[in-house]
Design a protein around this ligand. Structure first.
Ligand code: ZN
Length: 141
């Protein structure tokens, strides 16, 4: 499979069957994120207990890239500590800037499918929206 078809497949899969798009009543933290350039609007909910992100979800509306990116991000950060989540967010940002090494992209697991965004300037803000919201939530916690 080429990188581009993998990108399309992952995007479609997370939009048709999001794993983490739902309300989360037990959430200890929530934060809204907005990308006015595209109209993406998400709310991120995290349940942080005992220093670990034990659960998380998002709600909202937006383009395929912003929605898939949020779903993939939650898949990666649930079960991690806030510091580990910030490390993953920093790697993701580096990848989108086109500056990550192959090892770093491997560390991003499925999020690595979004690496072609680094060549699509118009989509960068969409891909980063959930990650920006995550960093804001953790810093304000
Ligand atoms: Zn968007």
């Amino acid at each position: 499979m080429t990188a581009d078809s993998f990108y399309g497949e992952v995007l479609a899969d997370h939009n048709l069957h999001p794993l983490h798009k739902h309300e989360l009543e037990c959430a200890t933290h929530c934060c809204k994120g907005l990308n006015p350039t595209c109209g993406d609007n998400i709310e991120l909910n995290l349940d942080i207990r005992g220093g670990v992100i034990t659960d998380g979800s998002f709600t909202g509306i937006g383009c395929a890239v912003s929605q898939a990116s949020a779903d993939i991000m939650l898949e990666l950060i649930i079960g991690k500590t806030p510091d580990e989540a910030k490390h993953i967010a920093a790697l993701f940002r580096k990848m989108i800037a086109g500056e990550a090494s192959d090892e770093e992209i491997d560390e991003l697991e499925e999020a690595g499918a979004l690496q072609s965004i680094s060549k699509m300037p118009a989509r960068v803000k969409c891909a980063l929206l959930s990650w920006n919201t995550l960093e804001k939530l953790i810093d304000e916690k």
